[in-house]
Design a binder for this molecule. Structure first.
Ligand SMILES: [Zn+2]
Length: 184
């Protein structure tokens, strides 16, 4: 950040009084510009034995397969955001069963939530951010063409848990290996 979004003047990185870390602080109006992690919320949509995936029409990872998910909006819950994203990206309606996976990605300041749910009908199709939307049996999953590690982890858990018909909530902190970005 270079300029204050309140007054347009210069900002400086400094530790405000009573704080314990550097913030962008406006040199003119003294506004403290806090930056916090972004929440990405989505679903794992199931129809009988199949899972719905979307082929991304946008960067990063254009052309790779993902679960429907996106940035949470103000004024909604994580579950509402997940349902909304499922509609926007896959034109699919879903009945949410439960929160299933939560991932912290501290190096890129993101938190992912995925809700397990059931498609309420067979009608779906690509929204503006998807090239294709398809249902996959386990043996059809394009494991080498999945967009992000959080997608791979969620699908791996699901197919393992399905054998037991027990889907415990799972959380994991994904730390990026040096020189191998998780995203973009
Ligand atoms: Zn200012």
């Amino acid at each position: 950040m270079k300029f204050c979004s309140q007054c347009g003047k210069d900002v400086a990185l400094t530790i405000p009084e009573g704080d314990d870390r550097e913030r962008h602080v406006c040199l003119h109006c003294s506004t403290i510009h806090y930056q916090n992690p972004r929440i990405i919320t989505g679903t794992l949509p199931i129809l009988e034995d199949r899972v719905l995936l979307c082929k991304r029409a946008i960067e990063p990872r254009h052309g790779f397969w993902t679960l429907p998910a996106g940035f949470m909006e103000n004024g909604e819950t994580t579950e509402q955001g997940a349902v909304r994203e499922t509609w926007e990206e896959a034109r699919a309606k879903i009945k949410v069963d439960a929160l299933y996976t939560l991932f912290n990605l501290p190096q890129i300041n993101q938190v992912y939530f995925f809700y397990r749910g059931t498609l309420t009908d067979i009608n779906f199709g690509p929204g503006p951010e998807s090239l294709e939307v398809e249902l996959f049996y386990e043996h059809e999953i394009p494991w080498q063409e999945l967009a992000f590690p959080v997608i791979t982890e969620t699908l791996q858990h699901y197919f393992a848990d399905r054998k037991e018909n027990n889907f415990p909530f799972r959380t994991k902190d994904l730390i990026r290996p040096l020189n191998k970005p998780l995203i973009s």
